[in-house]
Design a protein around this ligand. Structure first.
Ligand code: ATR
Length: 291
């Protein structure tokens, strides 16, 4: 990051709360490394102030914003344009300045895709299990179909919610490749091994001894497990995947690449894999997971 001067461009994060975010670390590290005159700051937006915040940011010439809890859906009503995948998902975490306002993107999901690619996980043609059917899981299902998964099995405690997500995804993409099951129905999965994406908050600190499914029989079907949770660094889900000889990853790289992709939109410059991994090391350090 250069010294702040009259040409400094401002980007930031809007949400509530914003105190514990790693986004300033990601963006400011990238600006420093690339010699860009950008600064990234957290903006706490109180309940009821979202519209004013977005309008104010535009008036203040803010170049780009990330959006976090609880505004990822609500912010859609404040954008000028929408990216197609973000519109399908129904959630926006990145606002990029455009003519007359901001364009909404969802780099959480393109970031997850890039994180998986960086681990050598190929979605195209893959059979995927998505655990959960809440907001995060729904986005993951849409992302998987968008990037060419052959079949997606949505497993959820409340089967009805899995059915709703399934129906919506099949309708949106005019395909019939998404299927719903209850959590206890994993025996009904077809033969073969799957990529599983754990998309519930079960196992999140401090409930580190919990996993959404515990049975070894389920984990025998998994060749790779990807947990959206990254705190703890190794979740119970990951441990159960590894116990049955599967590969397991946490969600910290997803967080990294959602930031990297947002940065690329804000700065109009590509970020290399090597630089991304430097940022990743800093994130691990900030989380105390750099042993
Ligand atoms: P998010 O926005 O993080 O996705 P959400 O929309 O509240 O959060 O969704 C939470 C997801 O975690 C749901 O799929 C939920 O299952 P239900 O639809 O049956 O409620 C799942 N979940 C939460 N706690 C769970 C638990 N103890 N066991 C199994 N699933 C759980």
């Amino acid at each position: 990051m250069q010294e702040i001067n009259g040409r400094t461009k401002i980007c930031g994060l809007i949400g509530n709360p914003v105190e514990h975010t790693l986004s300033p670390l990601i963006h400011n590290t990238l600006s420093r490394a690339l010699g860009k005159n950008f600064v990234y700051v957290p903006f706490l937006v109180e309940d009821g102030n979202l519209k004013t915040a977005v309008k104010g940011a535009y008036a203040l010439n803010v170049a780009g914003l990330n959006v976090t809890v609880p505004y990822k859906s609500e912010v859609i009503s404040q954008v000028k344009e929408m990216d197609e995948l973000a519109a399908h998902i129904g959630a926006v975490n990145t606002l990029v300045r455009c003519e007359g306002g901001y364009k909404g993107f969802n780099t959480d999901m393109t970031g997850l895709y890039r994180a998986m690619m960086s681990e050598g996980i190929v979605l195209s043609g893959e059979k995927v299990i998505v655990l959960g059917a809440g907001g995060a899981a729904r986005a993951v299902v849409f992302m998987c179909v968008h990037f060419g998964a052959k079949a997606v099995y949505v497993l959820n405690r409340t089967r009805k919610k899995a059915e709703e997500v399934t129906e919506e995804a099949n309708r949106t993409f005019r395909k019939n490749c998404v299927y719903a099951l209850g959590l206890t129905e994993y025996e009904k999965l077809p033969e073969g091994k799957f990529l599983a994406i754990q998309s519930t908050s079960v196992g999140l600190f401090p409930n580190t001894e919990e996993a959404v499914i515990e049975e070894a029989g389920f984990y025998e079907k998994i060749h790779t497990g990807y947990d959206l949770v990254y705190s703890p660094f190794e979740t119970k889900f990951m441990r159960l995947v590894k116990k049955q000889e599967g590969k397991a990853y946490n969600g910290l790289k997803m967080l990294l690449y959602q930031g990297v992709e947002a940065y690329e939109y804000f700065s109009k410059e590509a970020v290399s894999e090597a630089l991304s991994l430097e940022v990743y090391e800093k994130m691990k350090k900030a989380m105390g997971a750099d042993e």
